[in-house]
Design a protein around this ligand. Structure first.
Ligand code: 7RM
Length: 635
């Protein structure tokens, strides 16, 4: 069993141990898993190339650690409880044995379609059990899954599939989200028009909408599953064989294919799940994220199932049919640990207290948040109204690239403080550096958040682009992993995450690169150039503010042009990336070397007029004009 910390002194002790002897610390934890062959070296690393290898030459299959390791004790215990979008529709519960059999059957399906170890399989599914089954079946046969969030456009899906050179795409006819149905198959068809590698498409029947099944390319999930055997010998994987790719936005236009490998990711997600949430056997754990994001990968599927937990998977949204859906689910299933985002909390807070105050939710023991900084008001509301003042909140800071939680209280063990992620987990060594790259020690310091030592769950590379991996994370401050976040350490040594300091904006916990949105805006024939920045938003945390240069725009038709720009962004990326405000400007403020001065545009979009030095601009006169335009638009 994975060691579980249960006191504050225990935490401090483990932390010390993990720093003094990291390989001893992690190998103790790794030994609790099932390895087909033990590793020969716990860690081999340098942050220059960079090279990160954990549990070298160890052989395993992650699904063997989910299923075979638990079947004897927990075969008849639920692994996944699936709650549908519509509360009137029956739920589906999969015990460990049932899930195991479904995964094995689908592993046979993949094999029969020619999928082999190392092949990429793209998954574009809504939050239905088949999503969990598909990803675990990939892991069972050693194929690399690349899950694309079902809210992405055809173009975004095609870009990701092309980058990964995915062989197969798994999708559904459609998906339900609140009172909407999403035509996934239609989008997948459009994506395949632009695809260079996908040969076959497997389609799950979910909504029953009529779809076009292309002969010799498209097959139905249920037809393929019929008659497949319920056992499947897991493929032996090396600890450093890829487990999955997950695309995330960076500061340049092209999304980054973050690659995670098998052994380290397994050890890290299971250890952090158990310790952060203080999960106890038979607890019902509910993470409300979507599996299309890293939170769902690590804390709906891999971490909980590796621990033999009961993981609740919810298809719908918090406000359907009414804004008490989460609380209803928590009461219905007697949820013990609940994990969601600050955006969801703020949205529910805005609906009024009466929706949550009706529910006692006595089963709740731990509350978690992730994805973006949580403001104090939302923290207190979560604590008082959801947790009724008796549940600790774990504010978990981490990233797609870190694989699992890095800085967070251990529930009920590390004292919390509103808006603080508090202290690093054992094995995690954060450092704060200033612009010059000097490490800032001691209390009350603020700067760039870096990590100075590897941990097993960290990304190993970007798919097909190790150079970019090095540039993005290991070059700004040589010898350190740079997170892209600003942070402060207070008088208690607690960490408070201040948000991104690069050109990434965090809208409702979704990471978006400003360059990606600019590229989409610039596609419009009337747009000469554009600059996108984040602005404060009451519910979403950050909203999207776009400055657009469109000199030939027809007079009086600006709103029409705005609408058509918004539509274009939805189509090229996703509705998530739609600008909240578009301001037409004559020009963008630029430095002599031709760079857009985003610092100034960011200030204007927050309503500030304190710009610091503008003397390096080639066109300082434009600033006043942009401010006037801002005031006119936002009065
Ligand atoms: C898990 C996830 C990562 C970025 C990260 C931060 C922000 C995440 C918190 C947070 C403040 C938190 N992965 N972030 N968690 N900021 N407090 N507890 O969200 O790759 O999609 O995003 O999200 O800026 O760099 S992610």
């Amino acid at each position: 069993m994975i060691p579980k910390i249960s006191t504050l002194s225990g935490y401090l002790h483990e932390y010390q141990k993990s720093v003094a002897n990291p390989t001893g610390f992690w190998s103790n934890i790794a030994e609790t898993f099932y390895w087909r062959k033990p590793w020969v070296k716990t860690l081999d690393w340098n942050f220059d190339e960079p090279k990160i290898e954990w549990f070298k030459e160890g052989k395993l299959n992650i699904t063997e650690n989910i299923f075979e390791r638990h079947l004897f004790l927990r075969g008849n215990q639920p692994a996944i409880i699936w709650e549908p979008n519509d509360p009137e529709e029956p739920n589906r519960i999969f015990t460990y044995r049932q899930l195991y059999e479904e995964v094995n059957k689908f592993a046979h399906v993949l094999q029969s379609m020619g999928v082999k170890k190392g092949d990429r399989v793209a998954i574009y599914l809504p939050m239905i059990p088949e999503l969990a089954i598909a990803m675990l079946a990939c892991a069972r046969i050693g194929a690399i899954h690349s899950i694309v969030f079902a809210g992405f456009s055809a173009k975004a899906l095609a870009d990701r599939n092309n980058d990964a050179q995915a062989k197969i795409l798994i999708t559904a006819d459609g998906g339900y989200r609140g009172d909407k149905t999403i035509p996934l198959k239609e989008t997948a068809d459009a994506a395949l028009e632009m695809s260079t590698s996908v040969e076959k498409m497997i389609v799950v029947k979910r909504t029953g909408v009529p779809v076009n099944m292309k002969e010799n390319r498209d097959v139905w999930w249920h037809e393929m599953m019929t008659g497949k055997p319920v056992s499947f010998e897991p493929v032996t994987m090396d600890a450093e064989d890829p487990l999955f790719i997950l695309y995330t936005s960076g500061s340049t236009g092209k999304p980054k294919g973050v690659l995670h490998t098998t052994g380290g990711y397994m050890v890290y997600t299971a250890y952090t799940f158990k310790n952060v949430f203080q999960y106890r056997s038979n607890d019902v754990y509910f993470c409300a994220a979507d599996i299309g994001w890293i939170t769902g990968h690590s804390y709906i599927i891999y971490g909980p199932l590796l621990e033999g937990a009961i993981s609740l998977m919810f298809e719908g949204i918090p406000t359907y049919p009414a804004p008490d859906r989460y609380w209803q689910i928590i009461e219905k299933y007697k949820v013990n640990e609940f994990y969601t985002s600050p955006t969801a909390i703020r949205a529910l807070l805005a609906q009024g207290e009466e929706w949550v105050d009706k529910y006692e939710m006595p089963s709740l023991r731990v509350l978690g948040t992730v994805g973006e900084p949580i403001n104090e008001e939302a923290w207190h509301w979560y604590h008082d109204h959801v947790g009724k003042g008796r549940c600790p909140i774990v504010d978990t800071w981490w990233q797609t690239e870190t694989g699992g939680i890095m800085i967070s209280p251990l529930a009920g063990i590390v004292p919390t403080k509103p808006a603080y992620a508090t202290l690093p987990l054992p094995g995690v060594r954060p450092v704060i550096v200033n612009q010059e790259g000097e490490k800032l020690y001691g209390k009350n310091v603020e700067g760039n958040l870096c990590i100075e030592f590897p941990w097993p769950g960290m990304a190993r590379t970007l798919w097909g682009d190790h150079k970019r991996f090095k540039e993005a994370y290991f070059s700004t401050f040589p010898g350190l992993y740079f997170t892209g976040d600003g942070v402060k350490r207070d008088e208690d040594g607690y960490y408070r995450i201040l948000g991104r300091i690069d050109d990434v904006i965090n809208v409702s916990g979704h990471r978006l690169g400003t360059a990606e949105i600019e590229n989409a805006l610039n596609e419009h024939p009337l747009v000469a150039e554009s600059a996108v920045v984040g602005m404060p938003h009451d519910i979403k945390g950050q909203g999207i503010y776009a400055y657009v240069v469109a000199p030939e725009r027809p007079e009086g038709l600006e709103d029409e042009l705005r609408q058509s720009l918004i539509k274009g962004v939805s189509k090229l990326i996703s509705p998530i990336a739609k600008p909240d405000q578009i301001q037409f400007v004559d020009a963008l403020p630029k430095t002599r070397s031709g760079k857009i001065m985003r610092r100034i545009l960011r200030k204007i979009a927050t309503g500030s007029d304190d710009f610091g030095d503008t003397s390096t601009l080639t066109n300082p006169e434009i600033v006043d004009k942009i401010i006037k335009g801002y005031e006119k638009l936002n009065q």
